[in-house]
Design a binder for this molecule. Structure first.
Ligand code: DX5
Ligand code: ZN
Length: 221
């Protein structure tokens, strides 16, 4: 049976007590911690680096940490985040001079490799790389901020990517990031997503994390 994975995006968490926030959402049923790295160049926002990831590991966070690089250069950060304890590292193809080499670098350092595609980014990038990827991260908002609205034409894009994955009979996970909530998650699931990145709908919820994540999971029919 198909298993859907909830990746809680800590961009929406309270950074004043990040370790506690993470253990709370994991206890409440989140499967993965999605770690958004923004450099104020590639996207107009600035977040956190490898030191923070390392601190979380030292604090005792054992969950899968999924690093989403939204930075103009990636290779140095791939090494730093892998060394700090990342499990998955995804980057946007336009930020690497040699995409194939950056994917190999992620794997050399023992992490799963993901390619992140913005709403308007072509799927042509998958033509030659699909065999090397563990994850395809489809952005359903323009990267940079939490709490944006899901872009509706992305449902079709998810379906197309799912077809490509099935055609290649690869064990690639399809991750969708941005604007997911209880109202649209079922349609995202039907379209073909395996991993749902959710920030504001978890951390800004008025209900407890337990109830919120239960509601999110129950919304997938
Ligand atoms: C956007 C980030 C997302 C974001 C998701 O650039 O990559 O991970 O935090 O947040 P929501 O779920 O609020 O759209
Ligand atoms: Zn993200």
């Amino acid at each position: 049976m198909k298993k859907f994975l909830i990746a809680a995006s800590i961009l929406s968490a309270n950074f004043a007590f990040l370790g506690k926030e993470i253990s709370n959402v994991i206890k409440a049923g989140a499967d993965i911690i999605h770690f958004d790295v923004m450099d104020n160049h590639y996207v107009p926002n600035l977040t956190i680096g490898p030191l923070v990831l390392k601190s979380l590991r030292n604090y005792g966070i054992k969950s899968i940490i999924d690093v989403h690089l939204m930075t103009n250069s990636v290779d140095n950060l791939i090494i730093d985040f892998a060394t700090a304890g990342a499990d998955i590292i995804s980057f946007h193809p336009e930020n690497s001079n040699h995409i194939d080499r950056s994917i190999s670098l992620i794997k050399e350092y023992g992490c799963k490799a993901g390619l992140a595609l913005n709403p308007s980014t072509s799927l042509n990038y998958l033509d030659y790389l699909i065999n090397k990827l563990d994850i395809i991260l489809i952005m359903s908002v323009n990267p940079g901020f939490e709490g944006q609205k899901f872009i509706n034409y992305i449902f079709n894009k998810i379906k197309k990517v799912k077809k490509i994955i099935n055609k290649n009979q690869k064990n690639i996970l399809l991750e969708v990031d941005g604007g997911i909530n209880t109202n649209n998650i079922n349609q995202v699931a039907i379209s073909g997503a395996d991993i749902f990145v959710i920030g504001s709908a978890i951390f800004k919820s008025l209900l407890s994390y337990d109830e919120t994540i239960k509601n999110i999971k129950n919304s997938i029919k």
